[in-house]
Design a protein around this ligand. Structure first.
Ligand code: HEM
Length: 334
């Protein structure tokens, strides 16, 4: 009973609670909001300025940069490993299936890195640049603001095989999506929330055209695509057409970060199979989350801020692990 707890039993209980907390979040304890406040106070504004400039000629760049942070974090944690190019000692993650001819924005990351290196040489990691670029990109597209936790260091290696297995595929079943998120410590609220990033950006026909033709055993399309959307997508992606043609992930407001992704799912207008499954899988626990975000944009924004910080906390390298790369494309002294 609470009233009869002895000081030693209270101490034991709080020690247990502290240990539990530490074991749930073993690696993010060292990330902090003010990590560069004395060593590179202008880092956030440099990132934002370069992205704003890039947006002038590429309205898609914010979406592409947000995706890089995701593809970095899901493979051995947020450690900049995605940014390493091929070399005699590196098999680049850029050549893994989810990234090859798909992940983009690496030149803008280089520009950000160059601008930061001239202001604060050898200080800011490439992994932190991806986290900051994700935040600036969402904010500049009309989405929420959040405080980015910083202090990640950069990997000395890449993991191409890991990129092939850990990054979710648009053809994954609902259960596979849930388990790939759970493998990195993210739950179904994180899954539904972070999938809301498909409120902007583009996907190639190859990422969804299997849904349009011969999807069911009797040769029909995916029954969870609305008739209007099916006609539109079949025109854009004819059978045996160019599989790299681009479709907007959100057909209503393609460049805006808003909650339309969720109302699209409610109308059966989700572009990827993995999107629509969150709403159309019978009795899935994700359905009610989709409904609540579709109804309330500010609930989605709050949740996005929370979930992306959770994602950014996946196994960072801190302290004296890894390094601060001078060039995001290669390890130092290579
Ligand atoms: C839930 C599992 C997910 C799957 C299966 C998935 C899959 C995909 C695919 C297939 C594309 C299009 C690639 C192409 O056709 O070239 C895409 C684009 C995109 N994804 Fe995801 N994604 C997922 C989750 C996420 C998350 C968690 C984020 C970020 C928080 C994200 C952000 C984006 C963005 C912004 C784009 C557009 C990029 C651009 O236009 O360059 N995705 N995703």
């Amino acid at each position: 009973m609470a009233g009869s707890s002895t000081p030693s039993s209270l101490m034991a209980a709080s020690l247990f609670a502290a240990t539990l907390l530490l074991s749930l979040h073993p690696s993010n304890a060292q990330l902090t909001a003010d990590f560069y406040s004395t060593t590179c106070p202008s880092v956030s504004s440099i990132v934002q300025t370069v992205i704003q400039e890039a947006l002038q000629s590429d309205p898609r760049i914010t979406a592409s940069l947000l995706r890089l942070h995701f593809h970095d974090c899901f493979v051995d944690g947020c450690d900049g490993s995605l940014l390493l190019d091929n070399s005699p000692s590196i098999k680049s993650e850029k050549d893994a299936a989810p990234n090859f001819k798909s992940a983009r924005g690496f030149d803008v990351v280089d520009q950000i890195k160059a601008a930061i290196e001239s202001a604060c040489p050898g200080t800011v990691s490439c992994a932190d640049i991806l986290a900051l670029a994700a935040q600036a990109s969402v904010y500049l597209s009309g989405g929420p603001y959040w405080t980015v936790l910083l202090g990640r260091r950069d990997s000395l290696t890449a993991n191409q095989a890991g990129a092939n297995t850990s990054i979710p595929s648009p053809f994954d079943s609902y259960n596979n999506l849930v388990s790939k998120f759970s493998a990195v410590g993210l739950d179904i609220t994180d899954l539904v929330t972070l999938s809301g990033a498909h409120t902007f950006g583009r996907a190639q026909c190859k990422s969804f055209s299997p849904r349009l033709y011969n999807f069911t055993t009797n040769g029909g399309p995916d029954p969870t695509i609305s008739p209007w959307y099916l006609t539109t997508l079949r025109k854009l992606c004819p059978q045996n057409g160019d599989s790299s043609v681009l479709a907007d992930l959100d057909p209503t407001t393609p460049n805006l970060f808003d909650n339309h992704y969720y109302s699209n799912l409610q109308r059966n207008d989700g572009l990827l199979q993995s999107d629509q499954e969150l709403y159309s899988t019978a009795s899935a626990a994700t359905i009610s989350i989709v409904n609540s975000f579709s109804f309330d944009q500010s609930a989605f924004f709050k949740s996005f801020a929370r979930s992306i910080v959770n994602m950014g906390n996946i196994s960072p390298l801190t302290g004296s692990n890894g390094e601060i790369r001078c060039n995001c494309r290669k390890v130092n002294w290579s």
